[in-house]
Design a binder for this molecule. Structure first.
Ligand code: F6P
Length: 343
C-alpha cells in the first residue's frame, strides 16, 4: 500500500510515537510505502511531502512535538481546497491517509472520507476532548506537567501567604484543569463547563484563611467563564481557520478580582505551551504506539472512515463521524463530586 501520514492542530506529546509505530509496521510487516505530509493539511494542499522510512523515524519515540510539523490549516476554508487534496492523493497514488489530530484535523478527515478520500483517524490532543475514545494521548503528559507546576507553586503560596492562580489549557473542556487540580490539591478549580461565581471563589479562599490556611491555589481552565453578568472578562478577537478564538488571560482577571475582593495578595501564572512541550510520559508513549500500530492494521483491513480509539483497555475501531460529532466535556456530576475538596 501507499499511505499518507500527517499531524494537524496543536502539537502534542506522543505524535512522534504514532508516526514511528505506523512507519515501522507499515514497512516491516506489510512492505508499504509511507509518505509524510508537512504541517498537517497544508502539506496535503500544497503537496509538501517526504518519504518516511525506518531510518528517518529512528530515535523519535521520546521526542515531543512532531517531526512532520503541524498547522491549523483547514482545506474547507480554502478555495478549491478539496480538489487540491484529491489531486495530491491521486498524484502520490495513495491508497489512503492516516491523519493524526484532534476534532478539527479529524473533522476535515471525516468530510474528506465522504468526498472520496480513504482515511483512518488517530485521535490526539492534550485537551482530552475527543469523542469515541476514553482518553487521548498527550493528556497524561499535559496533566503531569500542570500537576508538577501546581506542586512547585504551593511552595511560594505557602511561604508568602499568597493566593496563586494557575491558568491551564484545554480549550472548551476542563479535563486538564480538573485532573491536575485534583492531583495537585488545588483549593478551587474552575472549568469551562460550569460558569463560576467570583463571590463563591472568594468565600472558599476566605474560609481557608479563617481555618488557619492563609494561602490558596486556584486552578482555572483557559476557557472558564463567570456566570453571566457577574464579571467583565476581556477576550481577544483572533480566531483560527476553524473559527476557534485564541484563549488565555482569564488567570489575570482572577488575580485582579480576588486581590481586590479579599485583600489577599494574589498572583497568576499562565502555563501556556509548556503543557504541550517536552517528552511524553510512558503512558502516552505506549498509547500512541498502540494507536499507530492499530491504524496501519486497520488500513490493511480496509476499515476506512474509522478512528482507532482506546476503550476500556483495548484499542478498538469507532466511526470517525461519531468521534467528531461532539466535543467530550467534563460531566457536571464529575466536577460536583470533587467539589467536596474545595476551600
Ligand atoms: O488544542 C490544544 C491547545 O493547546 C488548547 O488547549 C489551546 O487552546 C490551543 O491548543 C492553543 O493553540 P495555539 O497553540 O494554536 O494557540
Amino acid at each position: 500500500m501507499r499511505i499518507g501520514l500527517l499531524t494537524g492542530g496543536g502539537d502534542c506529546p506522543g505524535l512522534n510515537a504514532v508516526i514511528r509505530g505506523v512507519v515501522r509496521k507499515a514497512i516491516d510487516t506489510y512492505g508499504d510505502q509511507v509518505i509524510g505530509f508537512r504541517d498537517g493539511w497544508r502539506g496535503v494542499l500544497e503537496d509538501d511531502a517526504e518519504p518516511l522510512t525506518i531510518e528517518s523515524t529512528r530515535g523519535i519515540l521520546p521526542l515531543g512535538g512532531t517531526i512532520l510539523g503541524s498547522s491549523r490549516t483547514n482545506p474547507y476554508a480554502r478555495e478549491d481546497g478539496v480538489e487540491q487534496v484529491l489531486a495530491t492523493v491521486s498524484a502520490h497514488e495513495l491508497d489512503g491517509l492516516i491523519p493524526i489530530g484532534g476534532e478539527d484535523t479529524l473533522g476535515v478527515a471525516n468530510r474528506l472520507q465522504a468526498a472520496g478520500v480513504s482515511v483512518i483517524g488517530v485521535p490526539k490532543t492534550i485537551d482530552n476532548d475527543l469523542g469515541g475514545t476514553d482518553v487521548t494521548f498527550g493528556f497524561d503528559t499535559a496533566m503531569q506537567i500542570a500537576t508538577d507546576a501546581i506542586d512547585r507553586l504551593h511552595t511560594t503560596a505557602e511561604s508568602h501567604h499568597r493566593i496563586l492562580v494557575v491558568e491551564v489549557m484545554g480549550r472548551t473542556a476542563g479535563w486538564i484543569a480538573l485532573h491536575s487540580g485534583v492531583a495537585g490539591g488545588a483549593d478551587v478549580i474552575l472549568i469551562p463547563e460550569i460558569p463560576f461565581d467570583i463571590d463563591e471563589v472568594c468565600r472558599l479562599i476566605r474560609r481557608r484563611h479563617d481555618r488557619g490556611r492563609p494561602f490558596s491555589i486556584v486552578v482555572v481552565a483557559e476557557g472558564a467563564a463567570p456566570k453571566e453578568g457577574t464579571l467583565e472578562v476581556t477576550r481577544g478577537t483572533t480566531v483560527d481557520e476553524f473559527g476557534h478564538p485564541r484563549l488565555g488571560g482569564i488567570g489575570y482577571t482572577l488575580e485582579r478580582e480576588i486581590e481586590q475582593r479579599t485583600g489577599y495578595e494574589t498572583r497568576a501564572t499562565v502555563l501556556g505551551h509548556v503543557q504541550r512541550g517536552g517528552t511524553p510520559t510512558a503512558f502516552d508513549r505506549v498509547l500512541a504506539t498502540r494507536l499507530g500500530l492499530a491504524a496501519i492494521d486497520a488500513a490493511h483491513e480496509g476499515q476506512w472512515g474509522m478512528m482507532v480509539a482506546l476503550r476500556s483497555s483495548a484499542i478498538e475501531l469507532v466511526a470517525l463521524a461519531d468521534a467528531v460529532a461532539q466535543v467530550r466535556r467534563v460531566p457536571a456530576e464529575e466536577y460536583a463530586r470533587f467539589g467536596a475538596l474545595f476551600g
